[in-house]
Design a binder for this molecule. Structure first.
Ligand code: GRF
Length: 212
């Protein structure tokens, strides 16, 4: 029989945000329901006015605002992010609506330790923040879209894919209705994949990720 971990013993994750924070909320909800055994040790926002900061504060989660353009270079902003994550003893990082492109120093500091959720079935409609991928999916006329959780590497939206969830694209969809359908799946997928990554069950074989 396993002993349930006390909150303080749970694996510490960091969440990077830039906006609304619905994926952060989904992570916190999954922790509260016991579906995800983890603790959000730190939320870092690239914007001072991100609503996600209020979500973090409402849950008593420590926050930092690190605005890349306040630093002389992307590398220096990256160093600050790594220092903050290390200080918070973070083991795994989730990008949840984080807009800036991460400096390579951050991806190097957390090899296979940073996850991103993207609102398309990668490699289709890579690059660009919501709602660009959803808009491109509609314009391209695809019948199925969805979301992807992948490891973050130096190449944007090109790291090994861990999991995807598909949704139908309906004839009368707007960018808003398609985005909302995809977002529901993001909220399910991201906490699940964080749990898998923390469990150590993910094996990377070149571009393929296998759940052991
Ligand atoms: C999500 O659609 C995510 O896939 C994309 O940006 C959006 C963030 O939403 N990277 P939220 O801030 O988590 O509500």
């Amino acid at each position: 029989m396993t002993t349930p971990q006390s909150p303080a013993e749970r694996p510490r994750i960091g969440v990077l945000v830039s906006g609304r924070g619905s994926n952060l909320q989904a992570i916190l909800d999954a922790i509260a329901s016991g579906e995800l055994v983890a603790q959000v040790a730190l939320v870092i926002s690239s914007r001072r006015d991100a609503p996600a900061l209020e979500i973090a504060a409402a849950h008593g989660v420590a926050t930092r605002v690190i605005v890349p353009k306040d630093y002389p270079s992307r590398a220096e902003a990256g160093a600050e992010i790594v220092a903050a994550l290390r200080q918070a003893d973070v083991r795994l990082v989730a990008l949840a609506g984080y807009k800036p492109i991460l400096d390579a120093s951050v991806t190097r500091a957390y090899p296979n330790g940073i996850l991103n959720v993207h609102p398309s079935l990668l490699p289709a409609f890579a690059g660009g923040m919501a709602p660009r991928p959803q808009t491109e999916a509609l314009t391209a006329g695809v019948k199925i879209s969805g979301c992807t959780v992948h490891f973050v590497t130096e190449e944007v939206d090109a790291g090994p894919i861990i999991a995807q969830a598909a949704v139908p694209v309906l004839d009368d969809d707007t960018v808003e209705s398609l985005s909302a359908r995809i977002l529901d799946e993001e909220h399910r997928l991201l906490p699940r994949v964080i749990g898998l990554a923390l469990s150590g069950r993910l094996r990377i074989d070149d571009k393929r990720v296998v759940i052991g």
